[in-house]
Design a protein around this ligand. Structure first.
Ligand SMILES: *Cc1c(COP(=O)(O)O)cnc(C)c1O
Length: 388
């Protein structure tokens, strides 16, 4: 069990950490999971890649998550080690033959994804033509307000998807459709566009569909990316489902970010100040890569023990990570007290998604200490804390 503190400030006061510390909020993670499970009209699969830490998975499971979206035998094993017998789905459109075989034979996986006929043949061969599978056809969707496009690499075009459904059906498999609108999708309309496209594909194929998986993409809240609440997305999706009018279909979704982003913050320490440049102990090769890849700006809280910051004056600081690489710098400046200095701490909020999951050991820096805290990172009435 990780050590527990009431507040992040207590973490700083007691540990005076010169290494980065992940601060998990068990209540927030449980609530995010249970809200999602309550509101989504179908099965909620947690996308393990977003944050595979066992403590995170534990809180999501306690919040009611019972299904897991995985993309590799390693992720499937991770789920099964922690939750024996729990449902895992192999939702990657390109798998090695060995991965398909071990997923099926060792782990008894029944759900697979394809976006080509070749992959369908691989699955058929490596599962010894076991007919008792659900094969989901991944559909490419048009970009619609997401920070990441996940249809450039994967996804069949509508006509191809319809042909694939027919093939899946002809082999006696249950046929499903899935898509991913792109991660950090701030527009509910992205799901509507995708579901309307799905309707055309189903009609064109004439195949009886077993399930529709609306993927992930549900957004977190960041300084430069405010998104409507989860209820707005759920209303849109429920409306689309009514419009589809297919009561026999099982609906599924694969949220990653929306379940974990607000439930974790990261405490970093300033190792040196050079005028308006701050050198901290984590960066883009550690927990903060999404500042670059997703252009996300995380909310921050400065912390100091044994004294206060000057409340009057703030400055825009450039933040450098600990590695010797030139690129290890946050792309946007961060507003902090003008008198911040070496030894002070900066807490980054809403850092639960794609942070520790993507951290490297580059240059000998690797963030790994994890504690739990009782207080939420402040986000009140849609506002992050003011610095200064
Ligand atoms: C990454 C991924 C997810 C999770 O996406 P989020 O944007 O974190 O919700 C879900 N499904 C698939 C297939 C993915 O690749």
């Amino acid at each position: 069990m990780p050590r527990h503190f009431d507040t992040t400030y207590d973490v700083v006061k007691e540990l005076k950490p010169s290494y980065p510390v992940y601060c998990l909020r068990p209540d927030i993670l449980r609530d995010a999971a249970s809200r999602f499970v309550e509101m989504f009209p179908g099965k909620v699969l947690y996308a393990v890649k977003c944050n595979p830490h066992p403590e995170i998975m534990r809180y999501l499971h306690e919040g009611g998550v019972r299904h897991f979206d995985t993309a590799s035998p390693e992720e499937i094993a991770l789920v099964r080690r922690q939750f024996p017998g729990m449902d895992a789905y192999f939702m990657h459109p390109v798998k090695s033959r060995d991965a398909i075989r071990s997923a099926h034979r060792v782990f008894g996986i029944r759900h697979f994804v394809i976006d080509t006929e070749d992959e369908l043949h691989k699955i058929r061969a490596e599962t010894d033509e076991d007919p008792d599978l659900v094969i989901h056809v991944r559909l490419a969707t048009p970009p619609a307000g997401a920070a990441y496009n996940l249809s450039a690499k994967f996804g069949a075009r509508p006509m191809t998807a319809a042909e694939l459904l027919k093939k899946v059906d002809s082999y006696g498999y249950k046929a499903g459709l899935c898509f991913h609108v792109g991660s950090q999708c701030t527009s509910p309309n992205g799901y509507r566009i995708a579901i309307e496209l799905i309707r055309q594909v189903i009609d064109f194929s004439g195949v009886k569909i077993h399930s529709i998986d609306v993927g992930g993409g549900f957004p977190g809240q960041y300084m430069n990316q405010r998104a409507p609440g989860l209820d707005v997305f759920m209303d849109e999706i429920k409306d689309c489902i009514r419009w589809l009018g297919m009561p026999d279909i099982t609906f599924m979704c694969e949220p990653g970010r929306a379940l974990v982003s607000s439930g974790v913050s990261l405490v970093t320490q300033i190792q040196l100040r050079k005028e308006d440049q701050l050198f901290i102990n984590d960066g883009i090769y550690g927990s903060l890569s999404e500042a670059v890849t997703g252009n996300l700006r995380f909310p921050v809280r400065p912390m100091r023990i044994g004294g206060d910051f000057d409340p009057e004056e703030t400055l825009e600081f450039t933040i450098y990570g600990p590695t010797c690489d030139n690129m290890d710098v946050l792309p946007a400046t961060v507003n902090l007290p003008a008198d911040i200095r070496e030894g002070d701490w900066i807490e980054f909020g809403h850092i639960g998604a794609y942070s520790n999951a993507l951290a490297t050991h580059f240059n000998g820096f690797f963030p790994e200490l994890l504690v739990t805290v009782g207080e939420a990172f402040p986000f009140i009435d849609g506002e992050f804390p003011q610095v200064g």
